[in-house]
Design a protein around this ligand. Structure first.
Ligand SMILES: NC(=O)c1ccc[n+]([C@@H]2O[C@H](COP(=O)([O-])OP(=O)(O)OC[C@H]3O[C@@H](n4cnc5c(N)ncnc54)[C@H](OP(=O)(O)O)[C@@H]3O)[C@@H](O)[C@H]2O)c1
Length: 214
């Protein structure tokens, strides 16, 4: 890291993975900005080096405003899941669209907000939080909307990776293939290490994905 304190933005700050990723990057020397719709609700989670602010990941203009200061590392962790019983035929198309706006479109809006700064610097890291439903949509039929979103997010991550790696910008996804829960193999702090490790890949050896299986 050089003179300026490196900045990490975590879009979708919450008690599980969001806070753990924020803590991990703060411990690594980053000044972390955590974004949530209702940051006051998460104030008790703001560790040293982490400040919270408001943004709605379903509204591109809101993300652009919140990320106007740029970031050296962007983590997109927000998600929205409509549960439709017993499966996708019961899903209201409007809910699919609302979920997709947070699960995928918001990731694109967020990265487009920070990309000019990363391009000017010739470096940066963009990490998208994926889910196992991207790989196995049949695992939970009522969550078909989230499965569509996570498949879309994974596709976005892999294509971004191919586009941006030659510019020295590392885009990647951590596909979390199991339920995040403290004290388990999917403890949020353990999953957060996978984000930190991907971020540590040197130029020329960027990985596109870590599938976290505990
Ligand atoms: N939990 C699991 O078992 C699991 C498994 C596989 C993958 N994942 C993935 O891991 C990520 C984190 O999941 P988590 O359960 O650990 O959640 P978390 O990080 O504890 O919390 C996520 C936070 O995102 C914020 N958020 C939701 N919608 C938002 C929006 N429209 N704009 C801005 N912020 C928004 C929420 O805060 P506000 O309500 O204040 O906005 C919420 O607290 C997600 O991408 C999820 O799909 C989770």
């Amino acid at each position: 890291m050089d003179e300026h304190t490196a900045r990490c933005a975590v879009v979708g700050f919450g008690p599980g993975l969001g806070a753990a990723i924020a803590r991990r990057f703060a411990a690594g020397g980053y000044q972390v900005l955590g974004l949530a719709r209702d940051p006051a609700r998460h104030a008790a989670l703001a560790a040293p080096g982490v400040t919270l602010s408001a943004a709605d990941a379903g509204v591109p203009e809101s993300l652009a405003r919140a990320l106007a200061g740029g970031a050296d590392v962007l983590v997109y962790n927000a998600y929205r899941a409509t549960i439709a019983m017993p499966g996708p035929s019961a899903l209201d198309p409007a809910d699919l669209a609302r979920d997709f706006a947070v699960n995928v479109t918001g990731a694109l809006a967020a990265l487009r907000a920070v990309l000019p700064g990363m391009r000017a610097a010739g470096r940066g890291t963009i990490l998208l939080t994926g889910g196992g439903l991207a790989l196995n949509p049949l695992n939970w039929l009522p969550a078909a909307s989230l499965a569509v979103g996570k498949a879309g997010l994974r596709s976005l991550a892999l294509t971004l990776h191919a586009e941006l790696a030659p510019e020295g910008i590392h885009a990647a996804t951590v596909t979390v293939d199991g339920p995040v829960a403290p004290g388990t193999a999917f403890d949020p702090d353990r999953v957060a290490e996978a984000f930190w490790a991907l971020h540590g890949d040197p130029p020329g050896a960027f990985r596109a994905e870590t599938i976290f299986r505990g």
